[in-house]
Design a protein around this ligand. Sequence first.
Ligand SMILES: Nc1nc2c(ncn2[C@@H]2O[C@H](COP(=O)(O)OP(=O)(O)OP(=O)(O)O)[C@@H](O)[C@H]2O)c(=O)[nH]1
Length: 419
Amino acid sequence: MKLRTQIALSLVLVSLVSAASVGGIAYWMLMRDFKQSVLDDAFSRFRDDVAAYIDAYGSWQQAVQSEPFPRFVEYRNRPLPGMTEGPHSSLREDSYFQRRATAPFMFLLLDTQGVVMKPAEGYAIGQSAPELLDDAFPISLRGEVVAKAVPLGDPNLSPQDESYLRAMRQALLTGMSVAVLIALLLARMFMRRMSKGVGRLMVAVRQMRQQGKLQEPIPVRRNDEIGALSEAFNHMSADLAKAHDKLRELSIRDPLTQLYNRRHFVEQASQLFEQAARYDHPLTFLLADLDHFKRINDQFSHSVGDEVLRQVGQLFTKNLRKSDVIARYGGEEFVVAFAETSLAQAWQRCETLRLAIENHPWHEIHPELKVTLSGGLCGALTLGSVKRMLHQADTNLYRAKKLGRNCIERSPQEVDSVA
Ligand SMILES: Nc1nc2c(ncn2[C@@H]2O[C@H](COP(=O)(O)OP(=O)(O)OP(=O)(O)O)[C@@H](O)[C@H]2O)c(=O)[nH]1
């Protein structure tokens, strides 16, 4: 499953569970407090009625014999004359009849010893129930506890109470739905923000893998773990690109002279040949060889021979153009591809190079050291391949050696054809 989907699902789940938990707890607290307030209200009425009843007849027993408690309550709470009219009359009447229906019948009345005085829900008059005394509310008359009331069962809620609770439930549900909606919107924003950073990383990694783009910097716009990850990724890709470039350089360079190696030269020469042949542009190859190099090694040591090769490499680079592809072709052999260069122009440059090598202060390495270079040129694209052109250049080099070395030779027929 995609990270984005996983985050989305987690956030949706968290939002729903949070909203349901908060809503559930709020509803439970609302119901608890509401029932308590109904109970308190009912008890205060019941307490007043019982106290007035006992007060009116001297004791509960005498009162019961004189007038039933419900009737006493009804008369006691009946609206005063004149109150049945006017703006508040209906309120008073409603309240009276609803409370009357609930309050008297939800309390069991005990005397101070725990003997039932007014029955309710399975308790008969005269039954002893001292175990209920602990939870009973005291009813006092002039500072003396005259009875105790025990609430039984759930309160009978009035239609007004029910509609109030319905409205509260509705409000709670609406609140919860809005909370879930806001949570989901925030989750979506949060997820987009998060997945944006991860998405950028993914695109960069994919480009690295599929297109080989090693250095693919991504913007670091955040100050969190994803920002740190992006920064680390940028560092790593820069390091990787550097290491890759270094490795590539090592793989195409000759370690002694730092010129290109033979393999890289062959690759480059093939491309240059293809282009020159297609667009009919000039291209000339030089194959060069240091003269009597074996003697240098033998006479002055192998390390002097190495130093000569190194310095000859530098002279090649210094005296030829950047666009010329210069390589060490073998032991003391060098090869150059002169792009966009005719045979005559290449010969001129090779002569400059040859003289530079001949006149180099070799005596600084050893007083008797002398170094010269022989070379063979070929600019005959008509030969059809790099291999054949290099072979022709080698033939010309051989002739240069035969002619006494320290010179650059071209094929006579090429020189003639240009002339
Ligand atoms: N010091 C050193 N010598 C090398 C290296 N590579 C090849 N050589 C030596 O270069 C010498 C080439 O000698 P030859 O092929 O006989 O040619 P040469 O002595 O230059 O004679 P000509 O080419 O005919 O002028 C050999 O002695 C190789 O050992 C290298 O990397 N370092």
